[in-house]
Write a protein that binds this ligand. Sequence first.
Ligand SMILES: Nc1ncnc2c1ncn2[C@@H]1O[C@H](COP(=O)(O)OP(=O)(O)OP(=O)(O)O)[C@@H](O)[C@H]1O
Length: 560
Amino acid sequence: MAAAVAAPGFEHMGLDGRLLRAVAELGWATPTAIQAEAIPLALEGRDLLARARTGSGKTGAYGLPLLQHLLRVKEAQASSAVAQAVRALVLVPSKELGQQVVRSLRQLAAFCARDVRVADLCAETDLAAQRPVLMEKPDVVVGTPGRVLAHLSARSLSLRHSLELLVLDEADLLLSFGFGEDIKSLLCHLPKIYQALLMSATFSADVEALKELVLHNPVTLRPPEPRLPGSSQLRQFAVRCGTEEDKFLLLCALLKLRLLRGRALLFVSTLARCYRLKLFLEQFGIPACALNSELPARSRCHVITQFNRGIYDYIVATDEEAPAAPVGQPPRKKRKGAAQSKGKDPEYGVARGIDFQNVAAVINFDVPPTVDSYIHRVGRTARADNPGTALTFALPEEQDGLARIEDALAAENGESMLQPYKFSMEEIEALRYRCRDAMRSVTKQAVKEARLREIKDELLNSEKLKVYFEDNPRDLHVLRHDKPLHPAIVKPHLRNVPEYLVPPSLRGITKPNLKKRKWLRLPRTGAGRRGSSTSRGTGNPLQSFKYARRGAKRPAAPPS
Ligand SMILES: Nc1ncnc2c1ncn2[C@@H]1O[C@H](COP(=O)(O)OP(=O)(O)OP(=O)(O)O)[C@@H](O)[C@H]1O
């Protein structure tokens, strides 16, 4: 993370002591570049348009001045008769991000929780259930534009006389998710004067249009840094695969032979592929959670929370997002109708903004559709100052897409960022037969059945999350989302990899049949998270063939 060296530390920013305590508790020693620039300006009351790379601490950059502002108002409120009111609104593009923002704001407000109340409108409860929360006039409301507008229209929320601060988080995504119209309608419910902060990982023509709508004479912050961390923190590899089978084989070798150390997010292009990959991994006894727009929001958020507690190692995610409208064209119409008719949640978003913790690697099992989508997916690793690795698997027909990404990254960084991942497939040929066997078992029908079963299970889980676990949060860990979805097709022998199938250079070193630990509860403090497994040791989770015996023929390791 690019910390601002010359900039003042948090303690010199004029922040309330309670906020400084929270910052220290989170283990934030110095402000990040964007925080160092944005916080003083926001505290002066300026409108901001801020772009900073993924994982660079944008939430703190707006969260701290927002809370500081509210604390000041509270102080004044104590001495005069100012009424309690909703003074700040944070608009987010997805429920997952909303939940995370609420969590971050509450962490930052941990020592002034009685003074500042944050309401979460992203939970999947219906409008009526959220009304009592809004009647209490929380100081901050966090929600998607659609949900906030619904409350404004139903008059369960009123901002016209009280709003003082508006934040648009992940502004580019708010538009590409089709919230443009909602935002426009929502603006009619706001007062004439308020401070606005617009945060985005990317700047596009759409964001410019939004800037015109909501910002007044803003300061534009664009720290001169590429959108992803440099190669000393984030190693990015392009893996050219000859066939679809090669992709599955390579992934199987990486995970089963423990060539890839640490936890990983695996991104695929479609829902069917999400379940295909999950079922494939199940064949080898590798549990993974699926994360996609078909699953109930409560389950999705629970998966992310549990992953961040260290309970799962792998998530297979589909980030289906509407591609941004071409430059110069108006933002797309909301895709609500189409998405909902297929049972998908238009307010779903995993690749963007979610602060997955301790992700050693992002694997693009399919090449992302756009450069932005690559940036956002890969931005889930190497967050804050942790190291990370990104591997992008590309079939011959995906090479053009990969080349576009390579060119864009090279133009941004002034050098080529994607290194070729030289892997000698011959070394893992012995696993090919098993891999083929597993792929054969994962038929279209099996995928369809797994998908249906998952939705059914997760709807039940979601209900449990609502009615039972809300009252008994200590029992939450018993609800898992990585159980096998189709045990009937699992061939038990595939779970164990006999020694003769292990590449000679790894025999006696890697332990593919060792049972993985089931539970790992990581401490939730900032300091604990930052001293994570990913940041220990060499920092390179691909320790592939580090242990290869001298003289033994070894498959090529990624260049270091
Ligand atoms: N000053 C800081 N020092 C150390 N860690 C920090 C600091 N500020 C934020 N972080 C941590 O960095 C991580 C990323 O922060 P955050 O989610 O705000 O990034 P972001 O810029 O919003 O990313 P994205 O664009 O992907 O949403 C979080 O785990 C957060 O706790």
